[in-house]
Write a protein that binds this ligand. Structure first.
Ligand code: NI
Length: 154
């Protein structure tokens, strides 16, 4: 089932999502619906709050197959990578964002197993972007909001 995607500035996007205690049927169905919603929107990742669910679940597919991670956490980051990023909750906007180039992530899969994953490049970016959503952080928060510099206008 395709779920409605919540867009900025809906407050659910700014709330800290809650840990998931048990992989229930409801969570499995949610993961399935989130993947379907992400594919329909031609996105590469989606987090619970983006479908109005304040729980710590993310789905990602950067072209290598679907990935579902419950209660994901970044264990380690290294390097730096600057690339263009967008978000299904902020339609029509994209910008360069500097992120770690490589991350090691842990979380629980749909079978309830603790897993550890490593990502590089765009996958690392997707992990960081989606996990940020669980903490109420959006990619636009990283953009330089300062005016072009006050001296430009005189
Ligand atoms: Ni996003």
């Amino acid at each position: 089932m395709i779920l409605p995607i919540v867009t900025h500035p809906n407050p659910v996007l700014r709330q800290k999502a809650q840990p998931i205690k048990r992989i229930t049927k409801r969570i499995k169905k949610l993961a399935e619906n989130m993947l379907e919603t992400m594919y329909a929107a031609e996105g590469v990742g989606l987090a619970g709050p983006q479908v109005g669910v304040g729980e710590r679940i993310i789905v990602i597919d950067i072209g290598n197959g679907p990935l579902v991670l419950i209660n994901p956490q970044i264990l380690a980051k290294s390097g730096q990578d600057r690339d263009v990023e967008g978000c299904l909750s902020i339609p029509g906007q994209s910008a360069y964002v500097t992120r770690a180039a490589k991350v090691k992530v842990t979380g629980v899969d749909l079978d309830g197993r603790q897993v550890e994953l490593e990502g590089e490049g765009y996958l690392a970016r997707a992990f960081q972007h989606e996990i940020d959503h669980l903490d109420g952080v959006l990619f636009i928060d990283y953009l330089d909001k300062s005016p072009r510099s006050s001296s430009d206008s005189d």
